[in-house]
Design a protein around this ligand. Structure first.
Ligand SMILES: NC(=O)c1ccc[n+]([C@@H]2O[C@H](COP(=O)([O-])OP(=O)(O)OC[C@H]3O[C@@H](n4cnc5c(N)ncnc54)[C@H](OP(=O)(O)O)[C@@H]3O)[C@@H](O)[C@H]2O)c1
Length: 256
């Protein structure tokens, strides 16, 4: 797999799955535009990317929930590279809550996880049409498997799935693909950022690992390999699909 001279725009690249995607695409020779809010973390990942093939990524400090920032993400990427081949909509966050949770938290998750994705995709598509590029959206297993304690978050991911399928239908005849990756638990800062203490997170990960068929959770690198496959020409016949990576979690319990 070779992404030399391909321009990959990745949101939420300052940590977790997005950072793993950045490192994966860097190792495959891509030119990168990396987006995040935390400058120190983003520059740290950009430095690691540069170490792999000597290509310094463009770093863009931006919040995908702010419309002006979204415009700037696209403009700065075009100013630097003149084109976009792949958009990875990865920026997202989770506030655990059920039906009684604050509606403001739901609004905030919608603003980043889905509105930001919608707007950035809309602004990027004119460039993807020129390159016959593609989009990979980082959804979640919870868009498919109901988890009541993640009600609002799951709704953002379910929205992302139908968004991806609709744009795959709209853009397919014009040569642009769109797919989603639906990870199960991945060991990142997703839960510790807003919902769990590090101890609670470790307990959750160890408990969930014991219940998963493969008895482990995925790493960011595992997800990044799937993302790079979907973004590559090897996946030229794949569009509009859910791509589950969950170590078998969704299979559930067997009763025999
Ligand atoms: N970890 C899991 O178990 C899991 C499972 C399924 C799906 N996912 C999805 O995977 C994606 C990445 O999450 P993760 O697990 O890697 O979590 P993470 O470690 O918390 O990373 C989230 C990334 O998104 C960025 N981000 C958050 N809000 C942003 C905003 N408004 N604008 C720009 N960047 C923003 C964060 O960077 P800054 O703070 O620098 O902005 C960070 O780089 C999310 O969409 C998440 O829903 C994760």
């Amino acid at each position: 797999m070779d992404f030399s001279s391909k321009v990959i725009l990745i949101t939420g690249a300052s940590g977790g799955i997005g950072a793993s995607c950045a490192l994966r695409f860097a190792s495959l020779g891509a030119d990168l535009a990396l987006v995040g809010r935390n400058s120190e973390n983003l520059e740290n990942i950009a430095g690691k990317c540069e170490e792999t093939k000597g290509l310094r990524p463009l770093t863009i400090i931006a919040d995908v929930s702010i419309d002006e920032d979204v415009e700037r993400i696209v403009q700065e990427t075009i100013d630097r590279y003149g084109k976009i081949d792949v958009l990875v909509n990865n920026a997202g966050f989770l506030i655990m809550s059920g039906l009684s949770g604050d509606i403001e938290n739901f609004d905030k998750m919608m603003a980043t996880n889905i509105r930001g994705t919608y707007l950035l995709t809309q602004k990027t598509v004119p460039y993807l049409l020129e390159t016959k590029g593609n989009i990979v959206n980082i959804s979640s297993i919870v868009s498919i498997k109901p988890v009541p304690a993640m009600l609002g978050y799951s709704m953002t991911k379910a929205a992302m799935d139908i968004f991806t399928k609709c744009i795959a239908l709209e853009l397919g005849p014009k040569g642009v693909r769109a797919n989603m990756v639906n990870p199960g638990p991945v060991d990142t800062n997703l839960f510790t950022a807003n919902s769990l203490t590090p101890e609670q997170n470790n307990q959750y990960l160890s408990k969930v690992s014991e219940a998963i068929p493969l008895r482990k959770v995925s790493k960011g690198e595992d997800v990044a390999k799937l993302v790079s496959f979907l973004a590559s020409d090897d996946a030229s016949c794949i569009t509009g699909t859910n791509n589950i990576i969950d170590c078998g979690l969704i299979l559930g319990e067997t009763f025999f």
